[in-house]
Design a protein around this ligand. Structure first.
Ligand SMILES: [Zn+2]
Length: 387
């Protein structure tokens, strides 16, 4: 059987390290750079797979931790796997649960073997090990699965981060040994907190395993957003050129543009659907709060340049009305637009790289954030930006 995964770099930017690539998976290809919507519980909140296709989604995420708790990987496997279960026939990536175990659950113990925690649903004690995470992901059946890592919080001491980074490497070896399916690509996750040398050391060690893809994890955990760019810049040059690079949990305009300029290919974030549930639409880098009085009689679309179903058919006034009345359709319409907007942003960057105009056209997003930008707001959103 030929290898079901490959990644080809099709073009490179002459002024930055940005590249355009094509990632082949058993369920189709992903054009990079690209934003991936997050379907934590086997659904991107309020959207159907048809909406996602229209929005330009190529690969979507789902989450091992959440699906293990509910409905359980056995049910997903009996349904024919995650693609069938959620009605999405394109590429899927599952996160390993590492981030969620460390950030969402009441942890009982962390040992070399794994993590024991209490289920937030019924208080049951659950044990996650590298082997268990991979076994669950093998049952779920996504195209790309992630190694089970120890994600240190921010802030954390250098010593604590070093320990977590070294353990993540030992856990990766166990993940590789446990992995059973050749139709799933296992990606490693580079940890190392905000410490440049630890990031580099971790990247160098993980690259030795020659995996089909590499992720930068443990960012967007509450650290100042300006640090994300630095972490990416020191890590990315060490990752293999001919493998996809994925920056986990990041989906804001500036952070994506800067990471793409450093050579990152894939992104995910819950921001577009989370903002939608708060009645906020993303318009060219700004947020419109549709609850504001000014939109009650604003009869123009959210964004007149946007090709999405929402912008082609509805006014701000109508969406504002739905949001104020807490009608579910309001959240769906804003989510359609927000997901389309972030995917289009990465698509536009892709086109700009191909046309040798990336550094020029995206200069605003490649520069440091202006003082007027509400950095605190970004941090607050980033803190909770993972699926
Ligand atoms: Zn739109």
């Amino acid at each position: 059987m030929s290898h079901p995964f490959s990644f080809e770099v099709q073009a490179c930017c002459s002024q930055t390290k940005a590249r355009v690539g094509l990632f082949h998976t058993p369920h189709g290809w992903v054009e990079t750079p690209r934003f991936m919507p997050v379907g934590t519980l086997a659904n991107v909140k309020t959207l159907t797979p048809a909406h996602l296709k229209d929005a330009g989604a190529q690969m979507v995420l789902s989450n091992t931790y959440h699906l293990h708790l509910q409905p359980g990987e056995n049910i997903v496997a009996r349904a024919g796997g995650l693609h069938r279960f959620m009605g999405w026939d394109g590429p899927i990536l599952t996160d390993s649960g590492g981030f969620q175990v460390f950030s969402l659950s009441e942890i009982r113990t962390i040992t070399e073997d794994g993590v024991t925690f209490r289920s937030p649903h019924d208080g049951k004690i659950i044990n996650f090990t590298p082997e268990r995470s991979i076994q669950i992901q093998n049952e779920l059946g996504a195209d790309v699965i992630m190694a089970f890592d120890e994600c240190p919080p921010y802030p954390a001491s250098r010593e604590a981060v070093l320990k977590a980074t070294e353990r993540t490497k030992r856990w990766l070896e166990r993940c590789i040994n446990a992995h059973q399916r050749s139709d799933q690509a296992l990606f490693a996750i580079v940890q190392g907190g905000i410490y440049a040398d630890l990031r580099q050391k971790a990247a160098q060690e993980l690259v030795e395993f020659d995996l089909p893809g590499y992720a930068i994890g443990g960012v967007s955990v509450g650290e100042p957003v300006t640090l994300i760019e630095k972490i990416v810049q020191v890590t990315t040059p060490i990752l293999p050129f001919n493998k996809p690079r994925y920056l986990m949990g990041v989906g804001t305009y500036r952070e994506m543009a800067q990471a793409i300029a450093a050579g990152v290919d894939l992104f995910d974030c819950v921001i577009p659907t989370r903002l939608a549930r708060h009645g906020a639409a993303l318009i060219k880098g700004e947020r419109l709060n549709l609850k504001n009085a000014q939109f009650r009689e604003d009869f123009q679309p959210l964004d007149e340049t946007c090709p999405c179903y929402t912008c082609q058919n509805f006014s701000r006034a109508y969406i504002s009305h739905l949001v104020r009345a807490k009608e579910l359709l309001g959240y769906t319409l804003i989510s359609i637009h927000n997901v389309t907007e972030l995917i289009r942003f990465t698509q536009r960057i892709r086109d700009a790289i191909l046309n040798h105009r990336f550094a020029e056209e995206f200069q605003f997003w490649l520069s440091p954030a202006p003082d007027t930008e509400t950095v605190l707001d970004e941090v607050e959103i980033n803190k909770r930006s993972h699926g």
